[in-house]
Ligand binder design. Structure first.
Ligand code: NAD
Ligand code: ZN
Length: 349
């Protein structure tokens, strides 16, 4: 066992430092993990470049990273389902387990959740990290630790597609072909969507979407929302029953409303400006339901099954790989999207 705990610590906006921190001791219901793979999420980049997301402000040094998988190094006294050497995916949010939301199964809405790399909670872009054992999911031998890390964004796709009601035969519009749009594409197809159209303002992202199974792609950099909605109807052969908005951009939310079939559903996954102008009367009179999603609850097991069974292949999402020591370079690649970066993965081994 290596004795250092090199960690990527964000001190403040644009002040990321690699430093050694103490190796934590797991509590009775926790495991100590030797971290293996950590994906960089847009939120990690936002904390680094802006120092905050909404009301969450980096006020004290915080370890980044929450899309992660590791290897069990030590088990707390009460831990029965894991043993040292087990490879696990780490669900980063540990709720209070006591409130109405937790008891009702909507633990993603728990107001007292601990969530890796959301201030003030430390993340796991480090060598050693301890976590609640029941939020660690053992990976089958044929599922890689990189795939284990991708379970985090994939779970966002599972939660969004569940809330959208994607089922066999659904026609789905996905707005935005970033990592989150792409995991929604994979999930929607796996859940039985027969045609999926995906939009973006960047041609290279649409190319990846096509390679990952999108039936149709639409470049939306120009054109007004209503005209684009007509184009989407032509591509899909009908208006989509379901729209999953994954960019957060105002023009894209507007398009999502115009494009969705009357009586259909638009799920807002993308989180952009806190207030936007949208054609709300159009949605109201056509009974287009609009739903939000926040992270996920009870989605890791299905996301893991989807990968383990071969229903989805998340490997093409991973475009760049770095070592923990190269974190600055990894974040720069994720920030700029250089070299067609989609998911940048950091190895902590
Ligand atoms: P990303 O920035 O990599 O991807 C966004 C994509 O949208 C990019 O490819 C961009 O070119 C595209 N885009 C921008 N404007 C557009 C427009 N007008 N029309 C179509 N596409 C457009 O981000 P990501 O990691 O894929 O995350 C997507 C969004 O999901 C972010 O807003 C993020 O905050 C949000 N998110 C929400 C949750 C949640 O729980 N609700 C969880 C994870 C991520
Ligand atoms: Zn709770």
């Amino acid at each position: 066992m290596s004795s250092d705990n090199l960690s990527a610590v964000l001190y403040a906006k644009n002040d990321l430092r690699l430093e050694n921190r103490p190796i934590p001791e797991p509590g009775p219901n926790e495991v100590l993990l030797r971290m293996a793979q950590v994906g960089i999420c847009g939120s990690d980049v936002s904390y680094l470049t802006k120092g905050f997301i909404g009301d969450f402000v980096v006020k004290a040094p915080m370890v980044l990273g929450h899309e992660a998988a590791g290897v069990v190094a030590k088990c707390g006294a009460n831990v029965k389902h894991l043993k040292p050497g087990d490879r696990v995916a780490i669900e980063p949010g540990i709720p209070c387990r006591m409130c109405d939301f937790c008891k009702g199964g909507k633990y993603n809405l728990c107001p007292d959740v601990f969530f890796c790399a959301t201030p003030p909670d430390h993340g796991n872009l480090c060598r050693y990290y301890k976590h609640a054992a029941d939020f660690c999911y053992k990976l089958p031998d044929h599922v890689s630790l990189e795939e284990g890390a991708i379970l985090e964004p994939l779970s966002v796709g599972v939660h969004a597609c569940r809330r959208a009601g994607v089922t066999l035969g659904s026609k789905v519009l996905i707005c935005g072909a970033g990592p989150i749009g792409l995991v929604n594409l994979l999930t929607a197809k796996a859940m039985g969507a027969t045609s999926v159209c995906i939009t973006d303002i960047a041609e290279n992202r649409l190319q990846v979407a096509k390679e990952m199974g999108a039936d149709h792609t639409l470049l939306v950099s120009t054109g007004d929302a209503e005209a684009l909605a007509k184009e989407i109807k032509e591509l899909l052969g009908d208006m989509p029953d379901i729209t999953i908005e994954c960019s957060g951009a105002e023009p894209s939310i507007r398009l999502g409303i115009f494009a969705t079939k009357s009586g259909g559903m638009m799920v807002l996954v993308g989180l952009g400006p806190p207030e936007v102008k949208i054609p709300i009367v159009n949605a109201a009179v056509r009974e287009v339901d609009i739903r939000g999603i926040f992270r996920y609850a009870n989605c890791y097991p299905l996301a893991l099954d989807m990968i383990a069974s071969g229903k989805v292949n998340v490997k093409p999402l991973i475009t760049h790989r770095f070592k923990l020591e190269e974190s600055a370079k990894a974040f720069e690649t994720a920030r700029t999207g250089a070299g067609g970066a989609i998911k940048v993965m950091i190895s902590c081994e």
